[in-house]
Ligand binder design. Structure first.
Ligand code: TGC
Ligand code: FAD
Length: 388
């Protein structure tokens, strides 16, 4: 019988198309050659690896599952594999791409006018423009329906007032998709850098996602023109539908981080000798690997089937929540277990497990916390909402 592949225990490669595998291999090579060697220093310095933005754009990794307007139009499985490979390196790279593709390009693609699509999407796809997405506020995180940011009509446009917190890509962004209440209805606005009354302030002191740009957005009598509103945005379901796109990508990304930790721990356990044998030979270590390979295989199966359903237009938001919740939870557990297997070396940033674990704390929290996805699933299963 042929040897089993510890990274693809159920031979899922047989279920990917040639094109999907080619996309994965291309991104894998880029990540290993260009991103992995520099990520530790960026994490230490608390800086986003800006040198990767141009190649990421050139390779067509942004909004890769969107059709038209200069977007690659890949299927959702290939798109997921891109995010898996990016987060294999660091959650900051996947976050950058998720925000650009799912939270900036998607709302413009889904709710924008033809003019807005033609103006922004080709440049966003090529990373000639960077975007961010402002939904969360200091007092409204899990419950965005309560947002305090307001838009008011003026003679020639709108004036926005409010504050958005924890905004990924915030200081780098040339365009921000900002959600605000207009006549009590949540609407999306494309706010360009330089708009009067708009500013972004970097947030410091993060122990997680240190290689990601996180900012506060200030809208202080911020004037935007009439054509800044996303005309088809209408209520909370508009930003929530963007979150569904991003949560799908996070499920794949968390899998990438988990694989990275598992690979590292396996290599280490096979080489590290204690009590005269590799630590991989001890039953307690093997139990850890049995758990890791089981969860990774389940994560892979979830992602693949979810991607196929999404390609058929049949992925329900609650099914996306299940994958986001499960994969973030288990990826974090795998990163922590990997760190344990590495012993003291596990706390040094020459190794990846602890950096991934620190990042995954954010990944488990953003785009709906573990508890919020628990309640979404609880509602889907029982038919009863437990939010209030
Ligand atoms: P609720 O009454 O349930 O829903 C309002 C309307 O929206 C519809 N809907 C959705 N549509 C599409 N996708 C979804 N996931 C949807 N969830 C709900 C729903 O059918 C309804 O439609 P209609 O036609 O009846 O109006 O709304 P609620 O106020 O009770 O809230 C529900 C709740 C708590 C699940 C929602 O507020 C939520 O998901 N909260 C979590 C907030 C969150 O995830 N924020 C993320 C901010 S962005 C971010 O974190 C970026 S990090 C990115 C990175 O760096 O990678
Ligand atoms: P809270 O909503 O205050 O929750 C605190 C705790 O209470 C959590 O454990 C939560 O699960 C629990 N809780 C809340 N309500 C309930 C309930 N009904 N039942 C049970 N438990 C509950 N936002 C953006 O808009 N754009 C971005 O680009 C973005 N990027 C981010 C990047 C990073 C690094 C981080 C950390 C966050 C980012 N966010 C972004 C914000 C993120 O979406 C929010 O942090 C998240 O939605 C949770 O909101 P909160 O932090 O205010 O927590």
């Amino acid at each position: 019988m042929a040897d089993l592949n510890p990274i693809d225990f159920y031979n899922l490669d047989a279920l990917f198309s040639t094109e999907e595998k080619a996309v994965r291999e291309q991104v894998r090579e880029f990540v290993r050659q260009e991103a992995a060697p520099i990520i530790r220093d960026h994490f230490r310095a608390g800086t986003f690896p800006q040198e990767l933005i141009e190649p990421i754009g050139e390779m067509g990794l942004l909004g890769a599952n969107l059709q038209g307007y200069g977007c690659p139009g890949l299927n959702n499985v290939a798109y997921g594999l891109i995010l898996q490979e990016l987060e294999w390196c660091d959650s900051a790279l996947r976050s950058f791409s998720s925000v650009q593709g799912s939270l900036v390009m998607y709302p413009i693609w889904a709710f924008g006018s033809e003019e807005q699509k033609n103006k922004y999407l080709p440049k966003l796809a090529k990373a000639e423009l960077i975007g961010c997405f402002g939904l969360t506020e200091p007092d409204f995180g899990s419950n965005p329906a309560g947002m305090a940011t307001r838009a008011q009509r003026t003679a020639n446009g709108y004036v926005l007032n409010g504050r958005k917190m924890w905004i990924t890509n915030g200081t780098m962004a040339e365009v921000a998709v900002v959600w605000a209440k207009l006549d009590d209805n949540i609407r999306g606005f494309v706010v360009e850098k330089g708009a009067k009354g708009f500013s972004a302030k970097a947030m410091h002191g993060k122990l997680s996602l240190r290689a990601s740009d996180t900012a506060e957005l200030l809208l202080d009598d911020c004037h935007v023109p009439e054509d800044a509103i996303l005309p088809k945005s209408d209520g909370l379901k508009s930003p929530l539908s963007c979150l569904t796109q991003a949560r799908y990508g996070i499920a794949w990304g968390a899998l990438g981080a988990a694989i990275s930790c598992y690979e590292e721990a396996l290599r280490y356990a096979q080489g590290r000798i204690q009590f005269g044998k590799p630590i991989a030979a001890f039953q307690l270590t093997q139990e850890k690997f049995a758990g890791m390979v089981t969860e990774i295989t389940k994560m892979q199966l979830l992602c693949l089937q979810l991607g196929r359903m999404k390609d058929q237009g049949k992925a329900h938001p609650a099914q996306v929540s299940l994958a986001k919740r499960n994969n973030c939870h288990h990826a974090l557990e795998i990163a922590r277990t990997g760190r344990e297997i590495l012993g003291a070396n596990g706390i040094i940033d020459d190794y990846v497990c602890m950096r991934h674990a620190a990042n995954l704390e954010s990944v488990k929290t953003y785009e709906g916390t573990h508890e919020i996805h628990t309640l979404i699933l609880g509602q889907a299963v029982t038919g009863i909402s437990a939010f209030e």
